[in-house]
Design a binder for this molecule. Structure first.
Ligand SMILES: Cc1cc2nc3c(=O)[nH]c(=O)nc-3n(C[C@H](O)[C@H](O)[C@H](O)COP(=O)(O)OP(=O)(O)OC[C@H]3O[C@@H](n4cnc5c(N)ncnc54)[C@H](O)[C@@H]3O)c2cc1C
Length: 530
């Protein structure tokens, strides 16, 4: 079972911090005095009586309601850890068929309840949170609808119940010699339906595609009836209705089944590290690798601070000393790029040679397997560090955007500066670092992590976050970036969406939602403000 107030299974031991890491954190943040967290018992004591009693397919068990109350955003963490959760679902349903989902929709319509579709609850922008109000709210947890329904080996298509998680999908495919290749960092808990509803992206999307490239069709139970997105390799029969479902954040309907493209498992796969003297060198190399269409499976370029963290947080003496002394003659501004090669032995060898040659031409020092493969092995482990950092007194959040290459570097520095400057205004030191990953022919995403001291007062921790988040979001908009490349909109990005979609775009979105859901039964207050 997932932790009720953090990341990973309940019984996961805390990720240890190396002595050197603690020293660094003390130097940056000074002595930390973490306030204690609320216990599960204390949080449960605050779960109010439901607005409706135990009803149709719905349990009102307080622990179920607590465990479905919040996702994984920083405000969610503050609420859960402090036990100050402002709203709970009145019940949780675990449907196991289309029929049960349909029946929940008609029940909600009859009693005036609202339904929040729920996959793994890993969203980070308030997408599964209850907005306080008078109507009863039920969370619809889809994880019992998680079967492999069809595997079309000839067409490389697999169909699943939408509540299936990443590991369940890969287990079902890997035994047959296939993979979906969708590996968001939340892979362990997030679900196929959640990926579709948030337009999720995996670390190897450069090879396998974003979820919108993988999602072919499916079945959606909507308040006005069933919507089937048929399975075609391609179609020019008018606008693609599947595109409406992608990124719909549970507002148009409940996805119960989805068909996705799959690929044969690669014969070979390896990940390689390159150190560049500056981020500009690395950025030029990354762009050239992509625009020359070198068939890498992923590229990720960290700034110098993230590079240092990646080396030091391993806890390995050799890498820690490399981080401090400089690496292979490359000084303190060094930046780490990881690239992956995936395929058969001929194509991976070729991709490795091409990517290495371009990197060297940009003053890169190529390290063969070790650091790259370490990154790959631990790619789902880094979120666990958030638990440990919280325990020592630090709050950590991430934000992201995407821009054309021509604007990306200036925006990257601009966003980080805005967060630091917001930190100065509140008298706090902020450790800010980031990377480019998820690269396209015309641009890249920017992914920024920031860490700051938790206050003794959870409200102050939250206020400080708001200041940094809004400073960063304003710069993203000003620089012409999207408010989200991969996390979506939820409640936290809602105010920024009109700037991106324009007034006609917002009208279209609003009328689509009204058409599918005239009574406003599904996930109100997310994506758009009604
Ligand atoms: C540590 C961590 C790492 C992350 N890494 C990534 C990453 O690498 N890439 C990335 O894209 N995102 C990432 N995320 C964000 C998050 O994991 C994704 O948004 C993910 O797609 C959410 O899936 P979920 O199943 O948990 O959905 P939930 O959080 O349960 O729901 C998300 C939204 O989808 C709706 N929804 C869920 N299931 C359905 C359904 N069956 N039908 C209709 N609507 C539905 C919900 O109502 C909600 O609006 C990360 C989050 C965390 C905490």
């Amino acid at each position: 079972m997932k932790k009720w107030n953090g990341w990973g299974p309940e019984d996961a031991p805390p990720t240890p911090l190396a002595y050197e890491v603690i020293q660094i954190l003390n130097t940056i943040f000074g002595e930390l005095h973490p306030s204690p967290d609320a216990t599960l018992r204390q949080a449960l004591a605050r779960v109010p009586s439901p607005k409706l009693d135990n009803r149709h397919l719905v349990t009102t068990d307080p622990e179920d309601r607590l465990r479905h109350a919040r996702g994984q955003s920083l405000p969610d963490w503050v609420a859960l850890r402090s036990g100050r959760i402002n709203a709970f679902p009145d019940g949780v349903a675990y449907p196991s068929s289309d029929e049960e989902v349909k029946s929940l929709l008609s029940y909600a319509s009859k009693v005036g309840a609202r339904l929040i579709p729920y996959g793994g609850g890993t969203s980070v922008l308030g997408q599964i949170n209850v907005i306080p109000g008078d109507q009863p709210v039920f969370t619809v947890d889809l994880r019992c609808i998680n079967q492999l329904l069809d595997f079309d080996e000839t067409s490389l298509l697999a169909s699943y119940g939408a509540g299936i998680t990443g590991p369940q999908i890969e287990a079902s495919l890997n035994v047959r010699g296939y993979t979906m290749g969708h590996f968001p960092q939340s892979f362990e808990y997030s679900t196929l339906g959640g990926w579709i509803a948030t337009r999720s992206v995996g670390t190897q999307c450069y090879r396998y595609g974003r979820i919108e490239d993988l999602f072919v069709g499916g079945h959606i139970e909507t308040p006005i009836g069933q919507l089937d997105i048929p399975i075609f390799p391609a179609s020019s029969a008018g606008p693609d209705l599947g595109e409406l479902i992608l990124g719909s954040e549970g507002r148009l309907g409940i996805i119960t089944r989805a068909t996705v493209r799959v690929s044969p498992l690669p014969q070979r796969e390896s990940f390689h590290a390159v150190f560049f003297p500056t981020i500009e060198h690395g950025f030029a190399a990354m762009r050239e690798i992509i625009q020359a269409r070198v068939p890498v499976s992923m590229v990720r370029l960290s700034d110098s601070q993230e590079t240092e963290n990646s080396l030091v947080f391993t806890g390995r003496k050799l890498l820690i000393s490399a981080a401090h002394k400089g690496i292979f003659g490359i000084g303190s501004e060094r930046c780490l790029m990881i690239f992956g090669v995936t395929g058969d032995s001929k194509s991976t060898r070729l991709a490795y040679r091409q990517a290495s040659a371009i990197s060297r031409a940009h003053a890169g020092f190529v390290v063969r397997h070790f650091i790259g493969n370490e990154w790959h092995k631990s790619r789902f482990k880094s979120p666990y560090l958030r638990n440990t950092l919280w325990d020592v007194g630090l709050a950590l959040d991430t934000l992201e955007t995407a821009l054309p290459f021509s604007k990306a570097m200036a925006a990257f520095e601009g966003i980080k500066d805005a967060i630091r400057s917001a930190g100065r205004d509140i008298g706090e030191v902020i450790l800010v670092f980031g990377h480019f990953s998820h690269v396209y022919m015309d641009g890249t995403n920017l992914y920024i992590t920031y860490m700051y001291r938790r206050s003794q007062d959870p409200d102050e921790t939250l206020e400080n976050w708001k200041k940094m988040k809004s400073a960063a979001s304003e710069v993203i908009l000003k620089r012409g970036g999207t408010i989200s490349h991969q996390h979506g909109v939820g409640t936290d990005h809602l105010q920024y969406l009109p700037a991106e979609k324009g007034s006609v775009g917002m009208q279209v979105l609003s009328s689509v939602l009204k058409t599918f859901d005239p009574q406003g039964l599904l996930n109100p207050g997310k994506l758009i403000d009604n």
